[in-house]
Design a binder for this molecule. Structure first.
Ligand code: DND
Ligand code: ATP
Ligand code: GLN
Length: 728
């Protein structure tokens, strides 16, 4: 006999504190779930307030308004006859918990607080919430008047680690991080006969992270059996994170439904029809039964409802959903779509008129430009091809068109022409014809509104002013200057580019007469300045403080140079942009010093390390949590086939030197899309001092070890020496 049940999970693009919009999206997801025949709908973590309210969770307004919004949602007829699991913060006995509210036909059945909070990396849940008192503990909760009124007198409900018992099955909930814990609550509930586990998440995107999530869910349900519904926030809800949706339904380790990871759609409902009998037969294994019979019983809140079809009224048309293979994107694809969706959310939610990007002809600003192009492609697909009304409405507003406009872009480039502005800000002596023409050609291929100008007049004015005041003429090193004057002249150019970028960003919409034909809105708005410093440059501090790295937002600030290059290569084929090969082939250069017959500035020579080495240092420092001594000892093994321990020491010491003297630059770095777990972002993710004493203790220890090694310390591995000879 089969007992089929249709269940719904979803990804919602919630926005922190947007109570109206969040409630609207929740209702729409419930409507779609019911339309698909689902008897249960679950949603993302803290979906009523938005996950990213941060310190706003500490305000009474936030929680009070969450109850008001919940009452408004439950009063809507769309919520009738479907079991609903909605997330919001709840105060209980003056303690704030991160909760799921499970209700049926307006009655609040259970408030299930999160037991294991997320408190690493980007997460600070312990700052606002307290973990629930413990497994299987349940108490009475006194409901606020808004709910009492709605339910015609329900004054209290249960709060705690309990399960929902319907007439045909049992439902339990996990909240995001709980899935990542060694003893996840779902396994205990599963041993106590809970057949459906929901997981409501506020889980952000990081390159290659979806695989971990899928592995964890598959492992949990492979071991315990059960139906697992995964729901997640999707989009930028107000800060550096992009939550990457990927709602899923998994049965006994088999995926039967998977939603999109990156999408511009505000509401995506994922449903599947599954057989409860599959769980029961999977669990018949004796060793499981032995553990299950010892499992402490959970309190069950009963509800007069069947989730499955009535077996007396067999529905021949209802079929179980077949198994599908998990869809994982390449890291290049994740880079192409994650930051692109984040940029779109940021743009539409900031009410600005588009983007401005200083485009140097180098690979980093090229990568930022390609991400805007990727965004335009997604917008074109959704607004024009799929006719998504919300995306079209946002596009018309951002493009400065009236809401009733019949303008429709014919391709992504036509979107770019309206909202994307690029500028090559050259110097006669320092900029090469190559970078200038690459920038121009790329801009033309992407359709951006492009300016090509030289900044020499501004640069000369600043140097002349300085000379007039100090009677001192700063020179480049090649013309007899010192390292200090050489850097100062470079920094003038870099910072002038920043000042000019903000000027263009503010006034280009006015210059172009944006909104001239839009009577609804006479303010042309400004452009968001985009930055292009990558994660490795930030780590090394290879950037001028308050230059073009000080933008409004930076889509590549969390991505390594190595991944960026792979992304550009991928884009050249997948976005049909052959020009990109020339960006990959060009050696990275800042072009801040004069180019002469025998000198061209080079990034890697300037930095005294390669980008590949920087990625290694970055990962070992942050992800592996290695200090200077441990990094040296790890790298003597990792690089032992090509470098002597002494050479490794010199490299590690050089890295820490630059990292230490430049760490202060991270305090003012542009907010960027978080993509890597070795991001050095000082503001939210990587909290460290920005004034360092040096690492003398560690270096003395290394030097002691090198001395003890004797000759071995300086011995270069034989085959590395052979390779060196060959290359000479
Ligand atoms: N501990 C500390 N806490 C707070 N501030 C500190 C500080 N130490 C120095 N400072 C301040 O930081 C400033 C020095 O930093 P900064 O002005 O960035 O200048 P600085 O780091 O000296 O030079 C810029 C670096 O960026 C490189 N670069 C390469 C390629 C492109 C670009 C580009 O921008 O396009 C730049 C360039 O080669 C050079 O290595 C000074 O004002 C100094 O007083
Ligand atoms: N000639 C230029 N025209 C326009 N913008 C420039 C120019 N030179 C530098 N910039 C801007 O300043 C940023 C920082 O300059 P930097 O030389 O450090 O480049 P980068 O981070 O290596 O990036 P890229 O690879 O794009 O040159 C660039 O990403 C770019 O946005
Ligand atoms: N909101 C959460 O509990 C998220 C934590 C989890 N480790 C994640 O990154 O997905």
């Amino acid at each position: 006999m089969s007992q089929l049940v249709t269940l719904a999970t979803c990804s919602l693009n919630q926005f922190a504190l947007d109570f109206e919009g969040n409630a609207r999206r929740i209702l729409e997801s419930i409507r779609q779930a019911k339309a698909a025949g689902a008897s249960l709908r679950i949603g993302p973590e803290l979906e009523i307030t938005g996950y990213g309210c941060l310190d706003h969770f500490l305000e009474a307004d936030t929680t009070t308004q969450a109850w008001e919004a919940l009452a408004m949602i439950l009063a809507n007829p769309v919520c009738e006859d479907i079991l609903i699991d909605i997330g919001m913060p709840v105060w209980h006995k003056n303690v704030l918990y991160n909760c799921r509210i499970i209700s049926y036909n307006k009655e609040i059945l259970l408030i299930r607080p999160k037991l294991h909070l997320a408190n690493d990396g980007n997460y600070r849940e312990m700052r606002y919430f307290t973990p629930w008192k413990g497994e299987t503990i349940v108490e009475d909760f006194y409901l606020p008047p808004a709910i009492e009124k709605l339910t015609a007198g329900q004054r209290k409900c249960r709060i705690g680690d309990a399960l929902i018992q319907t007439r045909d099955t049992c439902l339990g909930t996990e909240t995001c991080e709980e899935l990542f814990t060694p003893r996840s609550p779902g396994s205990g509930a599963g041993l106590d006969g809970c057949e459906i586990i929901s997981n409501s998440s506020g889980s952000h995107h990081e390159l290659r992270k979806l695989n971990t999530r899928v592995d964890l869910i598959r492992q949990e349900t492979l071991r315990s059996g059960g139906i697992y519904l995964y729901s997640n926030q999707q989009g930028c809800d107000g800060d550096r994170l992009y939550y990457d949706g990927s709602a899923m339904i998994i049965v006994n380790g088999r995926i039967v439904a998977q939603g999109s990871q990156f999408s511009l759609s505000d509401v995506e409902v994922v449903t599947a029809t599954v057989d409860l009998e599959d769980v029961r037969s999977y669990r018949s294994i004796k060793s499981r039964a032995m553990q299950a019979s010892h499992q402490k019983a959970y309190e069950r809140v009963e509800v007069e409802l069947r989730l499955s079809n009535d077996s007396d009224d067999f529905d021949f048309d209802l079929k179980p959903s077949p198994e599908i293979s998990a869809k994982f994107l390449l890291p290049e694809e994740e880079i192409a779509y994650g930051p692109a969706c984040w940029l779109w959310d940021y743009l539409r939610r900031s009410n600005q008129a588009g983007f401005f990007l200083p485009l140097s002809g180098g690979i980093d600003s090229c990568a930022t430009a390609i991400l805007v192009h990727s965004m335009c492609r997604l917008v074109f697909k959704d607004a024009v091809e799929k006719k998504d009304p919300q995306v079209l409405k946002d596009l018309l507003r951002i493009a400065g068109e009236p809401a009733t406009s019949s303008w429709r872009p014919k391709n992504p480039q036509e979107i770019a022409t309206k909202i994307f502005h690029t500028a090559y800000l050259g110097m006669e002596t320092n900029s090469s014809a190559d970078t200038r023409s690459r920038a121009k050609e790329l801009a033309s291929d992407l359709g951006s509104y492009h300016l090509d100008l030289n900044i020499d007049t501004c640069y000369n004015a600043v140097v002349a002013l300085f000379t007039t005041v100090t009677n001192f003429v700063p020179k480049y090193k090649m013309y007899g200057g010192t390292p200090a004057t050489n850097l100062a002249l470079q920094n003038i150019q870099a910072r002038l580019r920043m000042v000019l970028s903000y000027l263009f960003a503010q006034l280009l919409p006015t210059v172009r007469g944006r909104n001239a034909k839009n009577p609804d809105n006479s303010n042309p708005g400004g452009l968001l300045v985009l930055g292009s410093a990558n994660v490795d440059e930030s780590l090394r501090g290879y950037l001028t403080k308050y230059d073009c790295s000080s933008a409004d937002i930076n889509p590549i600030g969390g991505i390594s140079k190595t991944d960026l290059k792979r992304f550009i290569l991928w884009s050249s084929t997948n976005f049909q942009l052959p020009i990109l090969q020339s960006f990959i082939d060009a050696p990275p250069t800042a072009e801040l010093e004069p180019i002469t017959a025998d000198y061209t500035q080079s990034d890697e020579a300037d930095m005294s390390m390669s980008y590949a080495e920087l990625s290694v240092y970055g990962t070992l420092r942050k992800t592996y949590k290695l200090g200077p001594y441990s990094m040296w000892s790890r790298l003597t093994h990792q690089w032992g086939d090509k470098l002597s321990p002494q050479q490794v020491y010199e490299k590690v010491r050089t890295f820490f030197w630059f990292y230490g003297i430049n760490r202060h630059k991270m305090t003012t770095i542009t907010p960027s899309y978080h993509a890597e777990n070795y991001s050095p972002d000082d503001n939210r993710f990587d909290l460290r001092p920005f004034l360092y004493p040096g690492w003398d203790w560690a270096w003395k220890k290394v030097e002691g070890r090198l001395a003890a090694m004797g000759e071995r310390a300086t011995q270069i591995p034989q085959h590395a020496e052979d390779e060196n000879k060959k290359s000479v």
